[in-house]
Design a protein around this ligand. Structure first.
Ligand code: TYD
Length: 214
């Protein structure tokens, strides 16, 4: 059976993830490759409805475990409906955030610890990325980038608005994951210029594709 390639993109808020996803789209378009681009929370009709609840600034009373389970629920649907079928058809799937976000934001940021990994074992059902690009930017730099986004008119969501300590924990979570899964997670210094980051990601993508087509 053919097997596709599963790539996830991770990073704290303000890490420049969206810009690099656009660059990755261009990388594949230039090669005339059909790629499934998707995102979390969301990626399916059911997941997008869960996303609305999760990012709603009025949902201030949301319990942290509820939050973790909603992310996992959105993911379970996403894996079953989109990611697994695409990989089984031999496609490349690029996902904007996946399970590492839950470990970093809910496991570390919300101090829910290992329960988040356990819940997500059910959600991902064995479907883990082959490669994860982790855009690393410290919380101060990330926060500065979000502030400039907000002043230029983009709305801040419920998680953007969290306190500095939360974002520091999220960052610590990502650093711990990078150490724990060195084979899968490629940490990228995202404090550099867009072009430098893009070049590093493109080199790695070339490398991945050369292995797939071998
Ligand atoms: P989004 O608007 O997609 O932001 P970004 O461009 O930073 O990805 O919002 C997603 C938010 O949800 C973001 O703050 C990270 C958070 N999140 C979690 O807390 N846990 C998760 O499992 C996922 C997938 C996202």
């Amino acid at each position: 059976m053919k097997k596709g390639v599963f790539i996830s993109i991770e990073g704290p808020d303000g890490s420049g993830k969206s810009t690099q996803i656009e660059n990755i789209k261009k990388f594949f378009a230039d090669r005339n490759m059909e790629v499934v681009f998707t995102r979390e929370p969301g990626g399916t009709a059911i997941g997008e409805r869960i996303r609305e609840i999760l990012l709603d600034k009025n949902c201030t009373e949301m319990d942290y475990m509820t939050e973790a389970m909603l992310y996992a629920a959105s993911r379970a649907q996403h894996v079953a409906q989109v990611i697994k079928p695409a990989l089984a058809a031999g496609k490349v799937v690029v996902c904007d955030r996946f399970v590492d976000s839950s470990i970093a934001y809910q496991g570390y940021g919300r101090y829910l610890g290992d329960s988040v990994r356990i819940i997500n074992e059910y959600a991902v059902a064995g479907c883990m990325p082959d490669v994860t690009f982790l855009l690393k930017v410290d919380p101060d730099t990330g926060k500065g980038r979000i502030k400039s986004r907000v002043t230029s008119g983009q709305a801040e969501d419920r998680l953007d608005a969290e306190k500095t300590a939360f974002h520091q924990e999220v960052y610590n979570g990502y650093l711990a994951l990078e150490i724990q899964y060195p084979q899968r997670i490629l940490g990228i210094d995202a404090s550099r210029s867009i072009e430098e980051i893009k070049a590093e990601i493109c080199d790695k993508l070339e490398d991945i594709l050369s292995h797939v087509t071998e």
